[in-house]
Design a protein around this ligand. Sequence first.
Ligand SMILES: *[C@@H]1O[C@H](CO)[C@@H](O)[C@H](O)[C@H]1NC(C)=O
Length: 158
Amino acid sequence: MDIRTYNLCALMLVINEVSSQSVTVEVAQGDAVILPCSSSRYEKDVFWRYRDTKTVYEIIEGKKNFQDQDGEYRGRVKGFPSEFTKGNYSIRLSDVKLSDTGTYSCMIPDSRTVHVELKVKDESDSSHRTSPDNSGIMRKAGSTSSLVISVLLCIFSF
Ligand SMILES: *[C@@H]1O[C@H](CO)[C@@H](O)[C@H](O)[C@H]1NC(C)=O
């Protein structure tokens, strides 16, 4: 494999690591949870969406903006403006409902989109009750399929 091919493989693997980040967060119904999203640099605009349609939270020109927020999320979502300059665009969703289950995307234009899969546990099912610290359980999932494709492409380019 020549050096150009090798560089291309390395680049593809890095892009994979950076662009297809995905995490799963678990929370008990009624609790609050942090949906994580961060960037290595300061971003002016960040858009949080639920199932790619409903607006959950927005940062426009560096300021939180609730203008287009979906009624479902009114009063239940909080960002951390003091963290914005550190590239931390995580949000806190409180009073979590079973209907909040699903994929949240944190879209950073011209940079990347972080997908957060929220799993809500029915609190009547006590065997699944999470610890009382409300922090939820976080697990990195990654996008396995695209990683496999990149690795296969690298192997076959030998
Ligand atoms: C982002 O800020 C929130 C709220 O202060 C905090 O819980 C979380 O750990 C921070 N994330 C990072 C990556 O610093």
